[in-house]
Ligand binder design. Sequence first.
Ligand code: SF4
Length: 255
Amino acid sequence: MEGRYHSIESFGNVDGPGTRMVLFLQGCPLRCLYCHNADTWLMKDGNTITTDEVITRFEKNIAFYRKGGITVSGGEPLLQIDFITELFTKLQAKGVHTCIDTSGAVFQPGNQHQEEKLKQLLAVTDLLLIDIKHIDSAKNKILTGQPNEHMLSFIRFVDMQKVPFWIRHVLVPGYSDDQDDLYQLGKFIGDLNYAKVLEVLPYHRMGANKWDMMGMEYPLETVIEPSKESVMEAKQLIFKGIAERQAERRAAQKN
Ligand code: SF4
């Protein structure tokens, strides 16, 4: 099967455990104001690659991936769910660790056909990296172009399938760093059973040049990258929410 892709990073170290091949698929329904991969947005801009070609590229450097594996990122990789399912089915049969980096923005709660496809994919997926862009739906719409209810439903769906995932949150000053929002984000995460790692990533301007090259005005021109201290503080607020929600759950179980 063929997929449309943007690029391949042979030795990625930030998209999942260990050293990984990272396949960036083309196409994304979101328009995040801080997007560092704006050139992945349109499906037509990508090139094609087959699952066997991906595997051949992977096996060329397989010695480096023993403690890592493969991550499929984007864009929004779940736009090409059949392609990933075929790829991961072949790779898992070879013992390769498989990971998807997604926002869940394509999830349609109640769409049974899609849920069946997702279950097939999750059956051959070892880990997900899930972006929660914003816990507040109205602010999520400002930041990404879409409200967040379906994205949060996606996370609950993955949690119910008992597949482990990491949560990622990009801290954008003035957009996603409100103290109560961070605390509420923690409360949401505290309700989940398979969230294993929390990463708070500082907003950075590294993708701004792509906006320029595409003839678009970069919307966060005046936003300054957050300090290490504010990232730490944000993480602490989220952990406070997680701890409190988990304590509430334990108390409810006792009663
Ligand atoms: S989900 Fe990722 S690729 Fe899509 S707009 Fe947001 S940052 Fe860009």
